[in-house]
Design a protein around this ligand. Structure first.
Ligand code: HSE
Length: 433
């Protein structure tokens, strides 16, 4: 039986696209051997501005096109790799490619998080496949693990450091004692943070990734809007210092849990015990801890972004698609079979770290404890930090026992009204892993 000649079309020649093109060309022989069938990079759809890029000039002539029709209408292409990023036109391109019966490989977390189920429905109807390993965790093989390897488990929880830019910033703040703006500037100078870093800093990027992981893990569609997210810009160097003194590290955590018929999914700064596995994940590294009923805890870590790790995941998907084409099987993706209720952030109970500036005089701690008590919040410890004799104020750090989000929100409201509380400087959840 003659082998199918797999032809790959690539959408986008940015940093990741260029690296993927390079691997497909440089490793062609090896990839053909792995797939058991010839695979070639057949066409790359680029923008006119890309034609002058050094990578574009270095490619064999005839590979590049700026014409959408000649790309999508090329019936010899059986796998399309989408690496242009962002929601549109990427979403429309993926939809169009699947409708034409092509297998699609993408690294696009925004499109998969927002439109995954519709695209999977098109893939199933057209008997083709949608592959998105590179959309979460860069080179760490997370999608395959959740989709296949841990399938026998009831997944109880996911804890992840899933955004490299923010983890780099937090690592610098923690280790060098610098403030948020200086750490962000360093991250931008090193090319980690984008010129507009809002998606990373505000936890939006991590929320897309958590939505994808939760959907796979819990078999219930978790939309990006279902994931509560809070960024890192309120954190100060002193929060890291105080956390460390209390035996904690501070991370931007992505957390998801399922319990009976409910799911919680949230991204926010969190204090975690300094001997917890995720506490030692520094710099741009990512790590994910998954707890299943059979397997227990599985922890994976590695480079969550960048051209080389991302190309590792993209090419693995190309090989998987090629094997499916060769064996005549569509990618067997199941549609989500449950519909669980998403818990609101204030319905969740956690411990809290609270840093307050208060008047330094007798009876003040008692009035704060009374307000917290009125909202059923039990204090586990209070430490007085710096005192300013001139303004007669002191900084205190309160650690609470587990408290319901609603209670904490009302208590903070009442604390803010107390004359003796000059400022509620920061309130951070404490996560027991
Ligand atoms: N901006 C992301 C991060 C990489 O910093 O982890 C792409 O997902």
């Amino acid at each position: 039986m003659s082998k199918e000649h797999i032809k790959v079309g690539l959408l986008g020649l940015g940093v990741i696209g260029s690296q993927v093109a390079k691997v497909l060309i440089d490793k062609e022989k090896e990839l053909c051997r792995q797939a058991g069938t010839p695979i070639t990079l057949h066409k790359i759809k680029v923008l006119p501005a890309d034609l002058d890029k050094p990578m574009a000039r270095a490619l064999p002539p005839g590979l590049l096109t700026i014409d959408n029709d000649s790309f999508f209408e090329d019936s010899s292409i059986n796998i399309i790799i989408e690496l242009i990023g962002g929601e549109e036109p990427a979403y429309s391109y993926i939809q169009q490619a699947l409708e034409k019966g092509k297998h699609v490989v993408t690294a696009n977390k925004e499109v998969i998080a927002k439109h995954g189920p519709e695209l999977i429905e098109v893939a199933q109807r057209r008997g083709t496949g949608l592959y998105y390993e590179a959309s979460v965790g860069g080179g760490i093989p997370l999608v395959a693990v959740l989709e296949h390897e841990l399938k026998a488990n009831y997944i109880k929880s996911i804890h992840a450091v899933i955004n490299g830019t923010t983890n780099y910033i937090l690592t610098r703040m923690s280790k060098d004692g610098i403030d948020f703006d200086s750490a962000l500037k360093q991250a931008q100078e090193l090319g980690y943070a984008e010129a507009n870093p809002a998606n990373d800093i505000e936890g939006i990027d991590a929320a897309y990734k958590l939505a994808i992981m939760s959907t796979l893990a819990f078999q219930s569609y978790v939309r990006p809007g279902d994931v509560y997210h809070e960024g890192i810009s309120r954190l100060e160097a002193r929060d890291f210092k105080y956390a460390r003194e209390l035996g904690y590290a501070l991370k931007l955590l992505a957390i998801a849990r399922q319990c009976d018929s409910t799911i919680e999914a949230r991204v926010h700064p969190a204090l975690i015990k300094d001997d917890a596995p995720l506490a030692s994940i520094n710099g741009v590294f990512n790590a994910i801890s998954i707890e299943g009923d059979l397997v227990g805890r599985v922890i994976m870590s590695g480079k969550g972004a960048g051209p080389l790790p991302t190309s590792s995941a993209v090419i693995a998907d190309v090989l998987r698609a090629a094997r499916n084409i060769e064996s005549g099987t569509a990618c067997r993706i199941e549609l989500f079979n449950t519909c669980k209720t998403i818990q609101k952030i204030n319905e969740i109970t956690t411990r809290y770290y609270m840093r307050l500036t208060i008047l330094d005089s007798s009876g003040v701690l008692a009035s704060i404890a009374r307000v917290l008590g009125e909202h059923s919040i039990s204090i586990s410890s209070v430490i007085q930090k710096e005192t300013d004799t001139l303004s007669r104020t002191a900084e205190i750090v309160i650690m609470t026992h587990p408290a319901l989000g609603y209670s904490v929100a009302s208590a903070l409201n009442d604390l803010g009204r107390l004359e003796v509380v000059k400022e509620v400087n920061n309130v951070i959840r404490v996560e027991e892993q």
